[in-house]
Design a protein around this ligand. Sequence first.
Ligand code: WT7
Length: 650
Amino acid sequence: MSEQHHDVYPVRDDIAANAWADKAEYAAMYQRSIDDPEGFWAEQAKRLDWIKAPTKIKNTSFDRDNVDIRWFEDGELNVAANCLDRHLEIRGGDTAIIWEGDDPAESCHITYAELYDRTNQLANALKEMGIGKGDTVTLYMPMIPEAAVAMLACARIGAVHSVIFGGFSPDAIAQRVIGAQSKLVITADESVRGGKHVPLKDNVDAALTREGTEVCEEVLVVKRTGGDIDWHEGRDVWYHEMVDKQAMACPAEAMNAEDPLFILYTSGSTGAPKGLKHTTGGYLTYAAMTHQYVFDYHEGDVYWCTADVGWVTGHSYIVYGPLANGATTLMFEGVPTYPTHGRMGEIVDKHKVNILYTAPTAIRAFMAHGDSVMDSSSRDSLRLLGTVGEPINPEAWEWFYRVMGKKRCPIVDTWWQTENGGIMIAPLPGATPLKPGSATKPFFGVQPAIMDSEGQQLEGEAEGNLVILDSWPGQARSIWGDHARFVSTYFSTYDGVYFTGDGCRRDADGDYWITGRVDDVLNISGHRMGTAEIESAMVAHAAVAEAAVVGYPHDIKGQGIYIYVTLGDDVEPTDELKKELTQQVRKEIGPIASPDIIQWAPSLPKTRSGKIMRRILRKIAANECDGLGDTSTLADPSVVDELIEHRVNR
Ligand code: WT7
């Protein structure tokens, strides 16, 4: 195995001195979390306000015949009360959310007291609209405070939210509204990103014409831009008209710890996107604790996570974790490179951000413009940096460290997944020496292990598939409406453990290096896309006989989408058709799934049993045409030469 040699950045003494955990504390706490999970998590649960304190702590089984995950199962609490009510007395006047608009001239501060009032008003409005405990509400919203308010208002009355990222198409919205059986969609007229308006309401209108969406009876519309929209009398309701008249008090519903808090859809290697079900007590305990320890969050810090609330990172680390901890969380409407490539640094200066959590793809986008892109800001307020979403290449890590953080700020490279609810593998700033490209060590209660393809657990230095041996409180409990799929996706590859879908190497120091997905899931700019989903969008076009989608290395996005398309008989392969097929994917899934490269493929390399050999397609897409390995099992090996000859990425 090739050991990669990079610098190790030791823990800074000044950071260790003030951190929640130094090296010895991390080691002792980690050991305890594994030896005595019940005792450890019983104590951690005390960070929340419980209506009824839990006495049963952990009751979990990864046995494939009985996958059943419960934490704090006899406890009762309310997530919104934990994020709002309990802070009022001590910090009601402190800023909960700093909102920074797409336009640098627009920003505002919302205190905990104001957020409480707004949440309660919306909660009362939801009740008036007939939404109650256990109902599902779909959110398709811009990055505006109302998105956080909507999540919290649902939590307050026990409704289950399902947030859809604003880059998804009407078809994708329809699929998710149907999957969650949502009676209500909350949206806005338009969102604003990078100076452009995105027609959210139009997309919802189109989605709700699809068969099966009749379940959705009402659409609550925030007026963000005042742009032109169609109005469906009897179905559409203006947010401000509904909410402004409501009382500012709304009792928080007592929820069982295992009642669902939210559904969040994510892509897998096969089939339609899965709605992961996250519950109440364990999720919030884990989101709050990881936010405190991994970001070494201290009272008064200004914290900024650049994710969108449409992803789990936005759920756990813009809204729930920070607000549970009484933090000031910055919410940014726009894109990090608008109006200038230095915007991220400018926002840091403007709001004196101390902790900045972002994605490798954003860092690479800055890097492409040279060090001077950050000249417009000092970033002197920064103390800590974090990344998430995909493996960070050491060059991007070094750039982030040197330029963004001016060699003063530790970087926490955080590995986790939608399914996990919170950070799983990451350094703790006061405890863990940093290695560019390594997510380093497991969080408390997390037991990673590496398996070979035969299901043998590998010890010591090793490379293989990453699994987690036992449950942690933030874990998703199921796939909404399809527990069998939950079991088969995560607990059937290996017996009795959670399979992550990621490859991983553990070095001699016990540090973990995530190597990327081992299944047919792509990671495009940190966004998860299933190859099967994109293929089915392609073949839905009449001209397409067959399509195969693979990822290829992309300088900024990490991975790009490369599609091999076999056309039907007598269809002309034209550039015009390529554009149409691109439109087709954007329509079925959304702009985030836009193909980067389409190659016409007279036929695809298949085994004699008809299985497409993706290994070969990946190599050709990566322009690595030497050493394609054994092609003798192909039904027609000459197919490969033709694809190589016409490869597009070279
Ligand atoms: C997949 C999960 C929850 C975070 C946002 C993405 C990849 C995520 C890292 C990292 C290497 C990473 C993995 C994982 N990933 N963070 N720090 N280093 N890979 O959540 O959409 O559920 O995707 O993102 O491949 O399986 P997601």
